[in-house]
Write a protein that binds this ligand. Structure first.
Ligand SMILES: C[S@@+](CC[C@H](N)C(=O)[O-])C[C@H]1O[C@@H](n2cnc3c(N)ncnc32)[C@H](O)[C@@H]1O
Length: 242
């Protein structure tokens, strides 16, 4: 069965939105690991930094950003109206707002930047073609602007795949089935197996024109399964931004 993409995926997330926050509550360290990846942006809370949270979902990643950067202007973008409805229903500092758009259509939706940072948690593995979206992210950043992707991307060892299979068969698929979202959580399982390994995604960032790319592990059972990818748009050089 092919992976869910575009409208089919947004519809599956619409359906899963009602139980998403309860399911991630079963995930040990979910919020702490998002906060760790936010710290890896390397931003200090220097007032109104402009941050894009791409694929913000119900706002778990937005909350991690808002906690670390209380004065930031944060735009959360998501293709699923149902996930965004959950995000909007939460209480947010005044600088946070949400836009319903696909990552592939940001500029049409009026999301034009520039941003000091872009954060994307558990998004890129869902995209039919990550490369044009990476190039858009790079273009929307100020020169020297920071990009962090946080995602399930296997380290490449046999043991990493084994752990992912055990977690999915033992926990993710049963919980997904019990909440009526088997298709979405089967997509989660398969999308990780079919996505880049962590070193390959790091290489993809370099080919998209990012510099200072770092592929960083996360602690606990997710070592070798979930990674932070930290990079920046090259700084301006004489004669204009690269
Ligand atoms: C697994 S959730 C992660 C949500 C949030 N970032 C978090 O950390 O909990 C992935 C989100 O990406 C969104 N998404 C998937 N494909 C997308 C696309 N092409 N454009 C925008 N959002 C997309 C989904 O609707 C979903 O809300």
């Amino acid at each position: 069965m092919p992976l869910l993409r575009d409208t089919a995926l947004a519809t599956a997330f619409d359906h899963g939105a009602g139980t998403y926050d309860r399911l991630i509550a079963f995930h040990p360290g979910y919020h702490a690991q998002l906060r760790r990846s936010v710290r890896r942006l390397g931003l200090r809370d220097a007032g109104a930094v402009r941050v894009l949270d791409l694929g913000c979902g119900t706002g778990a990643s937005t909350a991690a950003l808002a906690a670390a950067l209380p004065g930031a202007r944060i735009i959360g973008v998501d293709a699923s109206a149902g996930m965004l409805r959950r995000a909007r229903a939460k209480s947010w500092p005044p600088g946070v707002r949400f836009v319903h758009a696909a990552a592939e259509g940001l500029e049409y939706a009026g999301v034009r930047g520039p941003f000091d940072a872009v954060f994307a948690a558990y998004l890129f593995r869902n995209l039919a073609d990550p490369d044009p979206v990476l190039r858009t992210v790079r273009r929307l950043l100020v020169p020297g602007g920071r990009f962090v992707a946080h995602d399930y991307a296997l380290g490449g060892r046999h043991a990493d795949r084994l752990i992912w299979d055990v977690v999915c068969r033992g926990v993710v698929l049963p919980l997904g089935t019990a909440t009526g979202n088997r298709e979405l959580y089967r997509h989660l399982w398969r999308s990780v197996l079919e996505f880049d390994t962590a070193p390959a995604f790091g290489g993809r960032l370099e080919r998209a024109g990012f510099e200072g790319v770092r592929v960083l592990p996360l602690p606990g059972w997710q070592t070798g399964v979930t990674h932070t990818f930290a990079a920046r748009r090259p700084a301006a050089v004489l004669g204009g931004a690269r």
